[in-house]
Each structure stands twice: as structure tokens, then as C-alpha cells.
Design a protein. Structure first.
Length: 263
């Protein structure tokens, strides 16, 4: 049995534009892996079995796609050990799928190239191609057009999943979006901040906001926002001690994790 960690991500910025001909919105987002991670194990089996997380659908679909592309039955046993909260805007399902794909692909007599894997799974989940890369990425188009970024990695992350806040489906969140005007200006502001390496200067998440972000800033975060379609909120802190102090002060707001950037 082979294993990989499947890290979560945060959207350090998310700018949303008009609908594309395929029905998805045009987006520009900055994707950063973090140290909070699931653990994925894969081994050959007599059929496709996903264990450890009964609600999974995305790992199964990704491996079915891999089997079809490799012209082989998707006979793998996948064990998912969850640490990333589900449906929180942290990309756990997509990261699990990417890790399972890598592990299953390595068992094939003729493994697919990385570029083939990217194209294969983009329709399954827009974040999966990101998790098949290394390092932070600028994602554009429908979220699968990726460009490597050199970003500061010397900070700490406080993640909070607020009590009592459930996530609407990502599709429903995007369907409710009506702020297409000014997309070009917001995209330009995002690119300017990236050029300066100024994470604190990135524009706020277009899709969702949270008053908890302002609380994190009041406790010393140099950037705080909702990740993806939420509801998880993150704060970036220059020092670990600041993140720990903020975590203690906001302990009643929800489940929390202290993490660091991951490659």
C-alpha cells in the first residue's frame, strides 16, 4: 500500500467575472497549499473501493476516469483519513482525488504523463489540476489555467470554521454572484499585488465575506478572508505567537487550526 498526504488549500484572493460560454464564471484566484492535510492510501484490489469517508464521490469519479483513459478496470482500494473539514472551501475533496490519482497512476504498467492527468480530471473538479502541481499557483479561466507563482511563505495561518455556518453548494454560491462589473479592474489590482509580493494588498474574495475576517485583522492578521466559497475563514500572521494569541481570543467562534504554507 502506498500513501500520500493530501494538503488543503486557501484562496489568497478570488476575483470573479462574467459567465463563460460553458456556463462557468471567469475567475482569477491565488491558490496556496497549507500544512493541514488528509492522508490517502491506495493499493490494488478486485474492485474500486473507497473507505474511510462514505460521502466521497470525487475520488471515485477521478479514478474511474483514470481507468477509462488507461483502458484498465479501476480496481483500487482507497483509504481516506480525513483531517480537512468537509465542504469548507479548503479543497479537501479535490486534494484527495489528486493524491489518489497519483498513487493509482503509479500502479499502472504505463502511467499517464502529468499533462494527461491534468486534462483528464479538469472536468471532474476545477481544483484537481492545482493539486497535481507544486507550489502556489495563479488560476484563471475556469480555474484550471495555471501559472506558477513565487510568493512569500514565511507566515502562519489561523483557520476558523465558524460555528453554525453550513456551506451552500459551490454552484449555488456562484449562481448567486452578480458582481461581474469591474472584473478587469479587480483582476488588475490582484496582479499588481502579486507583482509586489504583497499578500496583504490582494483584493477581497468576490464571492463571500465574513465579519470574522475583520476580527482576525483586529488581532494582528495582515490578511484575512474567506477561502473559496467558504465558510472557512483564514488569517495570515507574520509570527506564530500572533496566530496562537488570536486563536485563543477567538476560541468560541468555531473549530480552528494553526497551519503553515506548504509546497
Amino acid at each position: 500500500m502506498s500513501e500520500l498526504l493530501a494538503p488543503a488549500k486557501v484562496n489568497l484572493a478570488l476575483v470573479v467575472g462574467p459567465r463563460r460560454p460553458d456556463g462557468r464564471h471567469e475567475i482569477v484566484t491565488v491558490l496556496q497549499r497549507i500544512s493541514l492535510a488528509d492522508r490517502i492510501a491506495v493499493e490494488p484490489a478486485d474492485e474500486l473501493r473507497i473507505e474511510g469517508f462514505a460521502e466521497d464521490t470525487i475520488v471515485r469519479r477521478a479514478l474511474e476516469q483514470l481507468g477509462a483513459a488507461a483502458d484498465t478496470p479501476p480496481n483500487w482500494r482507497v483509504t481516506i483519513d480525513k483531517e480537512i473539514p468537509v465542504a469548507a472551501g479548503l479543497g479537501g475533496g479535490s486534494s484527495d482525488a489528486a493524491a489518489a490519482l497519483r498513487l493509482a497512476n503509479w500502479t499502472l504498467r504505463r502511467p499517464l504523463e502529468d499533462s494527461e492527468l491534468h486534462g483528464l480530471v479538469a472536468p471532474v473538479g476545477a481544483d484537481i489540476p492545482f493539486f497535481l502541481t507544486a507550489g502556489p499557483q495563479l488560476a484563471e479561466g475556469d480555474g484550471t489555467e495555471l501559472q506558477s507563482l513565487r510568493l512569500p511563505q514565511d507566515y502562519w495561518i489561523l483557520l476558523i470554521l465558524p460555528h453554525g455556518e453550513g456551506k451552500r453548494s459551490t454552484g449555488a454560491v456562484y449562481d448567486a454572484f452578480s458582481g461581474e462589473d469591474g472584473f478587469a479592474d479587480r483582476r488588475a489590482a490582484l496582479l499588481r499585488a502579486l507583482a509586489l509580493g504583497d499578500l496583504g494588498g490582494l483584493p477581497p474574495n468576490d464571492l463571500v465575506s465574513s465579519p470574522l475576517a475583520e476580527e482576525l485583522r483586529s488581532h494582528g492578521a495582515f490578511r484575512a478572508d474567506v477561502s473559496g466559497a467558504g465558510p472557512a475563514v483564514y488569517g495570515l500572521f507574520a509570527e506564530q505567537e500572533e496566530a496562537l494569541t488570536a486563536n485563543a481570543a477567538l476560541a468560541d467562534r468555531g473549530r480552528s487550526w494553526i497551519a503553515a504554507p506548504a509546497w
